[in-house]
Design a protein around this ligand. Structure first.
Ligand SMILES: NC(=O)c1ccc[n+]([C@@H]2O[C@H](COP(=O)([O-])OP(=O)(O)OC[C@H]3O[C@@H](n4cnc5c(N)ncnc54)[C@H](O)[C@@H]3O)[C@@H](O)[C@H]2O)c1
Ligand SMILES: O=P(O)(O)OC[C@H](O)CO
Length: 363
């Protein structure tokens, strides 16, 4: 299949299986030393992806005992039970030590903590290197995407920033199950460098230049996954969930396009691909949080039960504010917000999939 690539070149698009077997992109002989900040499930898994692709990886863990376990026992038992980590992946609780000499920097902390963390590293991020967001949230209060928070807090140009998104459930990837993602940057060179580092025999990184669509895809699919989880928790079946997923794709596409995303990004890995994975998998924290809500637990009880980050719960407010600013209708996300604040019975969620109007709407 041939199509126009995001960077304007005609490209042959291989199947996923073929793509994963392709030789790694040319790395110009660079010796890579990579820093990953955040030793939760995704930071640790992504550090493994990078190490399995041949880089020397240093992971920053807030807790010293987590850093020690990763370096000495090659395990992160809190977040990735049963997974052996490569010996080329080491960890430390000192940001200075982790960032020293890094050729690329990856960030994987909860979105609401990103700004504070960036503040601590502002003066020690090596100059000129790519800074990559692995996160899928927007900042409460500002509504900024993670790449925008990085630009403003680190004071760096957009061409040094990349974001990675796609159907990427951490535990599956940690088990080396074949997966694809997309690396997005306004700079083709930055995207290429990052995709080169983040491609190995089980993880294939594609590239695009639609940073807005790639980031919003990752944020919005979380909210649709919460809605699907709610329907699941109530006991509704596959028709209901498929209806929410399909209308959810329309909703997230309208939103992202209103903010400048390309529609085709929303049918790619960072849109439809991630929507399917997150809505279908019990591994998804957003889906799990929704299921608990559907089973009748209150928001505070759900938070108490979650020991990992479910970004959708924090993103729903800022996304609805942004939607309001551009006049985008978001019936599914609005209903998720109402279930979260206890004003909508979860059993009432699905009937209002398109609008509150009783008039038939175009699909
Ligand atoms: N887990 C996945 O499958 C997955 C896949 C793709 C993207 N993501 C995204 O990656 C980001 C990180 O998620 P995760 O799955 O690793 O979450 P997680 O809950 O597994 O881990 C979060 C990590 O951040 C640390 N942390 C918590 N508060 C912090 C703070 N204030 N400052 C610094 N560190 C803090 C925790 O100690 C932990 O190491 C999220 O934006 C998520 O949407 C996750
Ligand atoms: O566990 P979740 O719901 O944060 O989803 C993880 C990834 O974003 C799936 O791509």
């Amino acid at each position: 299949m041939s199509s126009e690539s995001a960077f304007g070149q005609r490209a042959e698009h291989p199947t996923l299986t073929e793509a994963i077997r392709l030789p790694l992109p040319d790395l110009d002989g660079e010796a890579r030393r990579i820093a990953v900040l955040g030793a939760g499930s995704w930071g640790t898994t992504f550090a493994k992806v990078l190490a399995d692709a041949g880089s020397d990886v240093m992971l920053w863990a807030r807790r010293r005992e987590v850093a020690q376990e990763i370096t000495e026992s090659h395990r992160n038992s809190d977040y990735l039970p049963g997974i052996n980590l490569p010996r080329t992946l080491r960890a430390h609780d000192s940001l200075e030590k982790v960032l020293d000499g890094a050729d690329q920097v990856y960030l994987s902390v909860p979105s609401q903590s990103l700004r504070t963390n960036l503040h601590s590293i502002r003066d020690i991020v090596p100059p000129h290197v790519p800074v990559v967001s692995l996160m899928k949230g927007v900042e409460r209060g500002t509504g900024l995407r993670m790449s925008e928070v990085i630009r403003s807090e680190l004071g760096i140009e957009d061409d040094r920033i990349a974001v990675i998104s796609g159907p990427n459930l951490a535990l599956e990837i940690a088990k080396r199950e074949p997966t694809a993602a997309v690396v997005s940057s306004v700079s083709a060179e930055t995207a290429r460098q990052v995709a080169g580092a983040a491609t190995n025999e089980y993880f294939r990184s594609f590239v695009n230049s639609d940073v807005i669509g790639t980031e919003f895809g990752g944020v919005l699919k979380n909210l649709i996954a919460v809605a699907v989880g709610i329907a699941d928790g109530v006991g509704y079946g596959e028709n209901t969930k498929a209806s929410i997923i399909t209308r959810g794709l329309v909703e997230l596409t309208h939103f992202a396009v209103a903010f400048g995303a390309r529609p085709e990004t929303m049918s790619g890995l960072a849109g439809l691909g991630d929507l399917i994975a997150t809505c279908e998998s019990p591994l998804s924290r957003n889906n799990t949080a929704g299921r608990l809500l559907g089973q009748g637990y209150a928001f505070t009880e759900v938070i108490a039960q979650m020991n990992q980050t479910a970004e959708g719960l924090a993103s729903v407010g800022p996304i609805l504010e942004l939607a309001g600013q551009r006049g985008v209708s978001m019936p599914i996300v609005s209903q998720v917000a109402q279930v979260l604040d206890g004003t909508l019975d979860p059993r009432e969620l699905a009937p209002h999939l398109a609008t509150d109007s009783d008039e038939p709407q175009g699909e």
